[in-house]
Design a protein around this ligand. Structure first.
Ligand code: GDP
Length: 297
């Protein structure tokens, strides 16, 4: 699981803090320097770390901490609260229209980020909520991607709409929406093509889809293993096409996890879910407070 090393380091810092009686300003500063190092090593963006530490420091050097009976505990509490703030405080759901209406969700992300897998995971969650989702194969460049979506759709018991490789993604999306209306499906999830790197063609394709049809939610999938790149990718997608939320995959792996901590602060957009494994059930709603507890141990 991600954050193991961050967790260990923070627990060490906290052990020292708890061991002290009164805390001098220097004690707090030393502890926060260690927290700062630990966050940077976990791949949290530099700017985010700086803002985080100054927010904690401002509160931790105040009277409340000095006068408290357990100053170490107070500092830990502040770190916890600021960590939750950093991740956006509240859980954000994918915004769906009422079931009588159709919701269109566009899934975007770089190749290999876990987009196709995550698309099927989301469909499973929506189905469990009583929605009638349909998965749409808009990645026309990789036949394997279409096949993968079909296999995953089947596993989830969710229909997959495909027109093969010889149509434009925007036309597939339009046809899928028309077909969904006829078939009483109320969530259309578009699995779009990713590239290895951000390029203009990919962005233009997404822009074209968003101009042609009414997309209700644009969700970006990023790979936690790519660290700060994941955050940069989120920033760029948000600037170019506008995103509503992010799903951070592969947090189960041996990743440092900083992306999950930085995305909200850098892009202003919430993390909605985290991918915790390859299985189609391995998708967890993102709770900032639970994530903070996981990190702080
Ligand atoms: P796409 O190119 O973005 O559509 O990526 P895929 O959905 O094909 O996923 C790429 C690889 O990442 C596959 O081997 C997936 O099984 C794997 N994967 C996706 N999400 C997760 C996750 O949350 N955890 C782990 N460990 N692997 C994942």
């Amino acid at each position: 699981m991600a954050f193991e090393s961050l967790s260990d380091k923070l627990q060490n810092v906290f052990k020292n803090l708890r061991g002290k009686g009164r805390l001098s300003e220097a004690d707090v500063k030393t502890a926060l320097k260690e927290v700062k190092m630990a966050l940077l090593e976990a791949d949290v963006s530099f700017k985010v770390v700086k803002q985080f530490i100054s927010a904690v420091q401002e509160r931790a050097i105040g009277q409340d901490v000095q006068n408290s009976l357990t100053p170490g505990q107070m500092v830990i509490k502040i770190v916890n609260e600021e960590l939750i703030n950093l991740m956006g405080s509240e859980t954000t759901e994918i915004q769906l229209k009422p079931a009588s209406d159709m919701t269109v969700i566009l899934m975007a992300g770089l190749q290999g980020a876990g987009k196709t897998t995550t698309t099927a995971k989301i469909a499973g969650k929506l189905k469990a909520k009583g929605r009638k989702p349909v998965l749409v194969a808009c990645d026309v460049y990789r036949p394997a991607a279409i096949k993968q979506l079909q296999i995953n759709g089947e596993k989830q018991g969710v229909p997959v709409f495909s027109m093969g490789e010889n149509h434009k993604p925007v036309d597939i999306a339009k046809a899928a929406i028309a077909s969904a209306s006829k078939n009483d499906q109320n969530v259309v999830i578009l699995d779009t093509a990713g590239r290895l790197h951000i390029d203009e063609d990919m962005m233009n394709e997404l822009i074209e889809i968003k101009e042609a049809i009414e997309v209700d939610q644009t969700i970006l999938v990023v790979d936690a293993m790519t660290g700060q790149d994941a955050v940069n990718v989120a920033g760029m997608f948000n600037d170019k096409i506008g995103i509503d939320g992010v799903i951070v995959t592969k947090l189960d792996g041996d990743t440092r996890g900083g992306a999950a901590l930085s995305i909200r602060a850098v892009t202003g957009k919430p993390v909605l879910y985290v991918g915790m494994g390859e299985k189609l059930s391995d998708l967890e709603q993102f709770y900032p407070d639970r994530m903070a507890s996981r990190i702080l141990g």
